[in-house]
Design a protein around this ligand. Structure first.
Ligand code: DC
Length: 229
């Protein structure tokens, strides 16, 4: 995927916030709200891996095929991030498989860094959410959050979300899928999902959306030296 700048160099004053964590922990909602509150651009990096997976599947490709997946990753365009099948059944799991290929990760790295370090005019910086933002993509982010929740609570939320979209699914199956995805994302050799040493771990199991947001906002303001929204 081509970046807006070939070599992303940090804009001196850009605020970069890394939000990592497992699937269905609430990091997307949190990251989007942080971005809105602090005038930052938001990048959902999972959607980039989903776009690679969706495009590959649509063309009859196998997510386990590293060469095929990296070809798709290198040819990805911004328009692919707007595909309407990114949340389709099976795409999350396929994204987890394609994202384990080192060549796929390399093809997508510079684009993510360009958004982080060279945000659009008028924005103070960026919030990126994913699995390896604090460890690999933006190791110098001023604030790093690792957002998590118990497997059961994440499965409950994802199940509810699917039902809300009219997609009937068995809770136990949703839980198994999440568990499998967590294990694959955390066990891979290439940029495994893990909390950076300097990340604040935010367990949202017992927090509602507003409470999680307030806590995250306090952490980001303190760490990045932001006094006003
Ligand atoms: O956040 P998500 O569920 O949309 O992500 C889909 C998959 O993409 C996830 O299972 C692992 C992969 N991913 C990754 O490896 N690195 C990221 N920064 C973001 C997502």
């Amino acid at each position: 995927m081509s970046a807006r700048t070939s070599q992303a160099t940090p804009r001196d004053d850009a605020i970069v916030v890394a939000v990592d964590g497992p699937a269905a922990a609430g990091k997307g909602t949190l990251a989007r709200r942080l971005a809105a509150a602090l005038n930052l651009v938001y990048l959902d990096t999972g959607s980039i891996y989903r776009a690679v997976a969706a495009k590959l599947l649509a063309g009859g490709g196998d997510p386990a095929d590293a060469d095929a997946a990296s070809r798709v990753a290198r040819a990805l365009s911004s328009a692919d991030l707007d595909r309407d099948d990114l949340r389709a059944e099976g795409v999350g799991a396929a994204a987890s498989v394609v994202s384990a290929h080192q060549a796929v990760r390399e093809a997508l790295l510079e684009f993510q860094r360009a958004v982080a370090f060279d945000p659009p005019a008028g924005r103070a910086g960026a919030v990126l959410d994913g699995r390896d933002i604090g460890t690999v993509v933006c190791p110098d982010a001023c604030a790093k959050l690792f957002v998590t929740a118990s497997l059961e609570e994440r499965a409950r939320r994802r199940h509810e979300e699917l039902l809300g979209r009219g997609e009937a699914r068995i809770y136990a199956r949703v839980l198994e899928d999440l568990k499998e995805r967590d294990e694959r994302d955390a066990a891979r050799d290439a940029a495994p999902m893990t909390a950076a040493a300097d990340a604040v771990v935010l367990d949202t199991s017992d927090l509602d959306v507003d409470a999680a947001f307030e806590r995250a906002l306090d952490i980001v303001r303190a760490r990045c030296g932001v006094t006003a929204g």
